[in-house]
Write a protein of this length. Structure first.
Length: 364
């Protein structure tokens, strides 16, 4: 897909902007704090109705406002020329596709894939297990509706069991909920294992293409509970019941799963150099983009939010050399290097939330 127009109102420091994004490559150029990242963040909203920079919604609203509006015109492989409109309020999200309201996230989540590369991605590797679960849950849910449904049902079952645990409910009531919880847990773990195996194969190919490292990364799924059947999960939850009642919550299960990425030296989180870690994260995002295109039949839009300035020159040059030429890229930065100019970009000068198109494209 390709975003051809974007219009934002009252989003962070952007009072209003109307961008014509025809052509594949666009570069937002300006000093820090002017709104480059805010623009890419607003574009990224179309993928999952959330920010890729923060889980909080309050910072997205301008002072003394309670709504921001985002509009996109898209050339889409399945839908043709499509208009998407979002009205975001503190406790409400209104989504329209060609003027028709969309009621369920499941009907939307895989339609408009966007892959953001930004500095916060390092938390996928360096952060807590919840950061890695969030990334892989979003990735797998975007390409597999059954995974999205299993994930949703599992979290609902955990919440219901937690309520019963806090009420000190007797065994019979918990038995019924744990049967459903076990089914959801087993389905989720099976799909995670299959999905990670697929992503791991793509990651190896991508990493080898843009890194001079001789070693291949190993992506591993580390389930908190590795039961071989639904009945085994039922038995495990029953065994954990007394401890969970004391704590008032479900302490073990797929909501505690983790993932790891390793190199020959060991775990990349513990032993990888700064350059290796940054290179792995960029490769992981590009593997995500490849997965989206292969599984969905839709070319994702790639957002590059000033992160490549943190890569060493070799990896940065290799990234641009291996970046798919047929995919739309919208990037930002404080300067414009030789690697960027070789691609041919429409440059936008960004100043205090205002976007001015440069007179000509930049290329060698």
């Amino acid at each position: 897909m390709q975003i051809t127009k974007a219009r934002f109102s009252q989003f962070r420091n952007i009072d209003f902007c109307d961008l014509s994004l025809s052509g594949k490559n666009h570069f937002m150029l300006g000093v820090n704090g002017q709104g480059k990242s805010n623009c890419l963040e607003a574009i990224g909203f179309i993928s999952a109705l959330r920010s890729f920079r923060t889980q909080l919604t309050k910072p997205l609203f301008q002072k003394n406002t309670n709504e921001f509006q985002l509009f996109y015109e898209i050339e889409h492989e399945r839908l043709g020329i499509t208009e998407v409109e979002l009205h975001i309020k503190p406790k409400q999200k209104i989504l329209l596709i060609d003027g028709d309201p969309v009621k369920r996230l499941a009907d939307f989540i895989s339609l408009f894939p966007v892959v953001p590369l930004h500095s916060g991605d390092l938390m996928i590797l360096r952060g807590s297990p919840s950061e890695r679960r969030r990334f892989f849950d979003m990735t797998l849910a975007s390409v597999d509706p059954e995974y999205f449904q299993s994930l949703r049902m599992y979290h609902k079952a955990v919440q219901e069991r937690n309520q019963l645990l806090k009420m000190q409910s007797k065994g019979q009531a918990l038995d019924a909920f744990e049967k459903e919880l076990a089914k959801c847990a087993y389905s989720l773990v099976v799909k995670r294992r299959e999905g990670i195996e697929h992503i791991s194969q793509i990651l190896v190919n991508v990493y080898e293409a843009f890194s001079e490292d001789k070693e291949s990364p190993v992506l591993a799924y580390k389930p908190d509970m590795d039961c071989s059947s639904i009945s085994a999960y039922e038995h495990f939850f029953a065994e954990q019941r007394k401890k969970d009642q004391i704590m008032g919550s479900t302490g073990r299960g797929p909501h505690r799963d983790d993932y790891s990425i390793s190199l020959a030296i060991g775990g990349a989180k513990e032993y990888g150099s700064d350059g290796q870690q940054r290179g792995l994260i960029v490769a992981l995002r590009m593997a995500q983009a490849s997965l989206f295109e292969t599984e969905l039949g839709i070319k994702p839009v790639i957002l590059v939010d000033d992160i490549l300035g943190e890569l060493d020159p070799m990896r940065k040059k290799s990234f641009w050399a291996t970046c798919p030429k047929e995919i739309q890229i919208i990037a930002s930065g404080t300067e414009y290097s030789a690697e960027e100019t070789s691609l041919g970009w429409q440059v936008w000068n960004v100043n205090n939330g205002k976007f001015t198109k440069s007179d000509s494209t930049h290329q060698k």
